[in-house]
Design a protein around this ligand. Structure first.
Ligand code: TMP
Length: 201
């Protein structure tokens, strides 16, 4: 594999998706093929599962299994072929989200998620993860203004605090891969921080 897997993470409302066009532009200016995708989703089956996952109530372990089912398809159909031909894959969320949401916020055991991660990903891990971090109140405020909330976006402040803490803990334990971006600053400053990281790839 010669390409790179770059993932974007953060709480709902952290604003990560806003920066996708900038990242694509920087990489394409270096003549790199970019495959922009998302989780859950990224394949026809994954998008069906996304609709279920975002709108149906279900047991947290069922949710975890469906996230990894969608991920298995995503890796087989999109990520691995792209990496094999040297493309950079930019995925709006990946497995760190499962650790933050299903484990950190909903209590699914780390051991179970690690097992699924090994099964589904084998040795595949992101080369770089940008973690867009904002205080919980900011995330909630932004969501309230932005759109009709899905199942995850309707959760409590306590739920979002657990997500944020889980993400920050993961960043602390793998600072080489996970770069924390302060997303509670003017958009231009966030974009500059993103650019600095992507430019040296
Ligand atoms: P998005 O709004 O960033 O597209 O993400 C969709 C929702 O799915 C978001 O609330 C986070 C959630 N999610 C999980 O709970 N676990 C996961 O593994 C992934 C990929 C997303």
């Amino acid at each position: 594999m010669t390409g790179k897997l770059i993932t974007l993470e953060g709480m709902d409302g952290a604003g990560k998706s806003t920066h996708i066009p900038t990242i694509i532009k920087i990489l394409e200016s270096k003549d790199i093929e970019v495959v922009s995708t998302r989780e859950p989703g990224g394949t026809p089956l994954g998008e069906h599962l996304r609709t279920l996952l975002l709108h149906e109530g279900m047991h947290p372990e069922t949710e975890t299994l469906l996230m990894f089912a969608a991920r298995r398809e995503h890796i087989a159909q999109v990520i691995t072929p792209a990496l094999n031909r040297g493309a950079y894959v930019l995925s709006d969320r990946f497995t760190d989200a499962t650790y933050a949401y299903q484990c950190g916020a909903k209590g699914v055991s780390t051991a179970k998620i690690e097992q699924l991660e090994r099964w589904v990903q084998e040795t595949l891990q992101p080369d770089l993860t940008l973690l867009f971090d904002v205080p919980v109140e900011v995330s909630i405020q932004r969501l309230a203004m932005a759109r009709t909330p899905d199942k995850f976006e309707r959760e409590s402040a306590d739920f979002f605090t657990r997500i944020r803490n889980a993400y920050l803990q993961r960043a602390e334990s793998d600072p080489q891969r996970i770069k924390v971006i302060d997303a509670n600053q003017p958009l231009i400053d966030v974009a500059n921080a993103v650019q600095k990281i992507i430019a040296v790839l």
